[in-house]
Design a protein around this ligand. Structure first.
Ligand SMILES: *Cc1c(COP(=O)(O)O)cnc(C)c1O
Length: 500
């Protein structure tokens, strides 16, 4: 299976090349030339298989230039018992007769990004070998929270890689800061940047685009790479868990073979829901894809009107991982939707860059409406959904998952559609303990409490165990307490790599 760029389909590379490169040189994203199709009988066989077997089933269809041994080794290194605090990696929780949560947060950092970032480093190092690249990979990350820690955990102690994460000193939660400052591993570094997320991100971007600096790295046998969600190696592992959820529902007798389910995804960069779309295209019986947004509702408007318009107020919400105005992975969906019209994609993306707006024609808008349903909710509704879920079912969800639940409730209300539905649950409530506790017990529930008291409190309220990786933070020594200016970021990279 070859991969092409969404902005120039004449570019054709292997999957190893696509994963190694991340972004195509023309600015486009790599996509498979065709979406492999699977038989319903093969889906039936997945019911009795482990998560790793299910992962092999899906990955082997896309990463056809990897050998079976290579893929199995990548999978074995990623989805281990040590890293995922549950037997079946991504369990399905039954809420009521027609609603299920797919818990994607049992990995080491308690958010769904682990599902892809645990395997990406192995796919990447294997891709380096396969393409005879002998340099050491240096991953540079600017993070607003979840991605940085998940990337650190994924890349730590992976041979042939180093990772440096920059986070805004005043832009992440206390627990996120602690998670990063105490990071262990012999190939990792973390620095706070004074400023906001944009400062950290601009600093990283300026390193990535500095040809002189790249040449210097090159001479020292280093190659810069990125772990963000435009890399195909991050997207393809996300397709797996939709198959896994369906297989679990089959196994538990919740659905019959071939029965279509709805999927609800709390969406930011459009990566997670795009994976569900690809699963549907492959033949997984999915009826509606329900796209849930918070007040940053660019995607709701796009799906409803066909107009993508990022010119609007940016809202800081209680679901910060979805506070996004440019959903990069939408480009992959548009490419598929237009039957690979690379010229049109290029035009829309340049309109987006220049004016912040593009519009798809009516026939495509109709196609989008037949596949997706979209809505959003504000912070009050998010908080209400957490409380309601706890009161009615004794089940506590995090703020991002609550956005999905709130939007799903609107969907059922408006459509009366009682199709069995899987809601992607993207973070552990413990990771956003402050907001979750306020939702459950008001502001007095958190007053005067530090992070660890909040974890204890939430454990009491929810009856859930504190995830070991968060509880353990308490005794951990701070390893990285460096705070730098934006202008010093390059020097920090050089110092870490011992060059210049
Ligand atoms: C990243 C993230 C999302 C958004 O996922 P996308 O793939 O960017 O749409 C939702 N919830 C949580 C907890 C996240 O970390």
């Amino acid at each position: 299976m070859q991969y092409q760029s969404t902005r120039n389909k004449n570019i054709s590379v292997s999957s190893a090349e696509a994963i190694k490169t991340g972004l195509s040189a023309d600015g486009g994203l790599f996509v498979p030339v065709s979406i492999p199709e699977v038989d319903i009988e093969d889906i039936e066989l997945l019911a009795d298989k482990s998560y790793s077997e299910r992962a092999y089933f899906v990955l082997s269809k896309f990463l056809t230039d990897f050998t079976e041994d290579e893929l199995r080794e990548c999978i074995a290194n990623a989805y281990t018992k040590e890293k995922f605090e549950t037997e079946n990696v991504a369990p399905v929780y039954k809420l009521n007769a027609y609603t299920y949560f797919l818990e994607l947060w049992h990995g080491p950092t308690c958010a769904f990004k682990d599902m892809a970032l645990q395997i990406l480093p192995h796919l990447l190092t294997t891709s380096m070998k396969k393409t005879a690249e002998d340099k050491e990979i240096v991953i540079l990350v600017a993070t607003s929270g979840d991605t940085g820690k998940a990337a650190l955990e994924g890349f730590k102690d992976v041979n042939g890689t180093r990772i440096i994460v920059f986070y805004p000193n005043n832009g992440v939660s206390e627990i996120q800061k602690l998670q990063m400052a105490t990071q262990e591993g012999n190939n990792v570094s973390v620095a706070a940047v004074s400023g906001n997320f944009d400062d950290a991100q601009n600093g990283v971007k300026s390193i990535f685009t500095d040809e002189g600096y790249k040449a210097l790295l090159d001479n020292n046998h280093f190659k810069l790479s990125s772990a963000n969600s435009i890399n195909w190696g991050r997207l393809v592992p996300q397709i797996v868990y939709y198959f896994s959820a369906y297989a679990d529902l089959l196994k538990n007798g919740e659905i019959s073979l071939g029965e279509a389910i709805n999927v609800v995804v709390p969406t930011g960069n459009f990566g997670n829901i795009l994976a569900a779309y690809y699963a549907k295209k492959m033949g997984l019986p999915i009826a509606k894809l329900i796209c849930a947004s918070n007040e940053n509702n660019v995607l709701t408007d796009f799906i409803r009107t066909g107009v993508y318009n990022k010119n609007r107020l940016f809202h800081t919400t209680v679901s910060p991982s979805m506070d996004i105005l440019i959903s990069s992975n939408l480009e992959r969906f548009l490419y598929d939707l237009t039957d690979k019209n690379d010229e049109l994609i290029k035009q829309w993306m340049s309109e987006l860059a220049q004016s912040g707006v593009y519009k798809v024609p009516q026939n495509l808008k109709d196609k989008i409406s037949s596949l997706f349903w979209a809505d959003y909710c504000d912070d009050n509704e998010t908080m209400a959904a957490i409380k309601q879920c706890e009161e009615e079912y004794g089940y506590v969800v995090d703020t991002h998952t609550a956005v999905a639940k709130s939007v799903y409730d609107k969907y059922v209300c408006q459509t009366n559609d009682r199709t069995k539905t899987v809601i992607a649950s993207t973070a552990s409530p413990f990771k956003f303990n402050q907001s979750v506790l306020i939702a459950l017990g008001g502001h007095q529930a958190v007053a005067g409490k530090d992070e660890f008291m909040l974890l204890e409190e939430l454990s009491k309220k929810s009856g859930m165990k504190i995830p070991a990786s968060l509880g353990e933070l308490k005794g951990k020594p701070v390893i990285f307490d460096m705070v730098c200016e934006k202008e010093q970021m390059r020097q920090i990279v050089s110092d870490f790599l011992k060059i210049e």
